[in-house]
Write a protein that binds this ligand. Structure first.
Ligand SMILES: *Cc1c(COP(=O)(O)O)cnc(C)c1O
Length: 383
């Protein structure tokens, strides 16, 4: 049976699939089973920030598996210790302690629990168009009736307010508000960049009202927006949720916590959380980001990419927006058909809602590749 038929027959059909079998990748390139080459502008939704097949990470993973592949967190472990220290150093403010898990949804789940236990209050305020994962707790904070409805009832105590609208958010805050959960740039919600003044006011409100600020940087973390973490450009949160590119492609999540966060012993744990292989991959990945100046790359090439996109003259484009190498091209029509047209021209992109083409290339992408992508977009969006 063909690869496509096997997957169609033996897996639950929850992912809308594209008609391509990807078999390998190198840097910012992906290759299908016919050995056709694609420029990757998706990075597996922000996982592959350092590009595909990086030898430094491969070596770290291989060697760690031979040394000690698993170590439940009831024991101390040197790789985990070093990564915890590294993350505390890398993150701003007093985000000094970490909880390790295995995915973005899990990081948000943990943050929601920590917010409740630390404040003794039950309610969470999240934003319209926000995306925080699809497990039961995280799903209650994710915007979108289409995701929530089949699985109702949701976790109670969650309210959604418009993004970047401080008065609306302030009006939703009450005595029982434990935390405010926001993405610094909304990814799934259409690549909507946070407003700096909005975030500064939210930070002040949290300080004044004993509310914890949770920032979901699962997609924006590790250089994507031109700083190591996007929150550096907005406001320092009390809980910082990370996953996607944290371990260079291996499954891993983490919640960095400020001194205001307290969690009772044994109240939240994870078997695979902080396993040495993921930790070794993460340390190697962070090393690559630092040594190859990928944060700076995201900043300069992001600005270049956005400038070139804004120069495209097409009656189909409504707006180009983004931060660093997290870019959205909003069309005046449905964007879906253009995803396939771009793939036919050897460029893989993402959607963010019905009308937005989302570009999240690996941070190792070259200027030449960006030029090729701009030409492809120009061609498919021409009349
Ligand atoms: C992808 C994503 C998640 C969910 O991560 P999973 O690893 O798929 O559970 C949560 N928040 C944001 C902002 C994301 O982009």
């Amino acid at each position: 049976m063909s690869i496509k038929k096997l997957e169609q027959q033996y897996e639950l059909a929850v992912y809308p699939r594209r008609d391509v079998v990807l078999v390998r990748g190198k840097g910012a390139r992906l290759f299908d089973d016919q050995d056709r080459e694609y420029i990757d502008c998706a990075s597996n939704v922000g996982v592959s920030n350092i590009g595909h097949g990086h030898a430094t990470v491969a070596k770290a993973v291989y060697e760690q598996y031979l040394t000690l592949g698993n170590c439940y967190s009831m024991f101390y472990n040197p790789v985990r210790a070093r990564l915890a220290e590294k993350l505390a150093e890398l993150t701003p403010g007093d985000l000094n302690r970490v909880f390790f898990c295995n995915s973005g949804a899990e990081a948000n789940e943990a943050a929601l629990k920590f917010a409740r236990s630390s404040t003794g209050k039950p309610e969470i305020i999240a934003s319209m168009r926000g995306f925080h994962g699809k497990t039961m707790g995280a799903l209650a904070t994710t915007w979108g009736p289409e995701y929530q409805k089949p699985f109702a009832p949701m976790l109670p105590g969650v309210r959604h307010v418009p993004y970047n609208k401080f008065e609306k958010l302030e009006a939703a805050v009450g005595e029982r508000t434990a935390a405010i959960l926001l993405e610094p740039v909304q990814g799934e919600g259409g690549v909507r960049v946070g407003d700096r003044q909005f975030f500064e006011k939210v930070r002040q409100l949290c300080d004044d009202r004993n509310i914890l600020l949770i920032m979901d940087e699962v997609q924006t973390g590790f250089g994507r927006t031109g700083t190591m973490f996007a929150c550096e450009q907005f406001a320092v949160p009390d809980l910082l949720c990370l996953a996607k590119s944290l371990a260079g492609g291996l499954p891993m999540g983490a919640v960095l916590c400020s001194d205001r966060v307290e969690v009772p012993l044994k109240s939240h744990t994870s078997t695979f959380g902080g396993n040495p292989i993921a930790c070794a991959a993460s340390l190697a990945t962070i090393g690559v980001i630092e040594n190859e100046n990928l944060v700076e790359n995201a900043k300069t090439l992001g600005a270049y990419f956005q400038e070139r996109l804004r120069a495209i003259e097409s009656r189909r484009i409504r707006e180009v927006r983004g931060l660093g190498l997290m870019i959205g091209v909003e069309l005046k029509e449905k964007a879906g058909p253009y995803v396939q047209k771009l793939m036919d021209r050897g460029v893989i992109v993402l959607l963010a809602g019905a009308t937005v083409i989302r570009l999240l290339p690996p941070l190792v992408i070259t200027k030449e590749d960006i030029d090729t992508v701009v030409d492809a977009l120009k061609a498919v969006l021409a009349d």
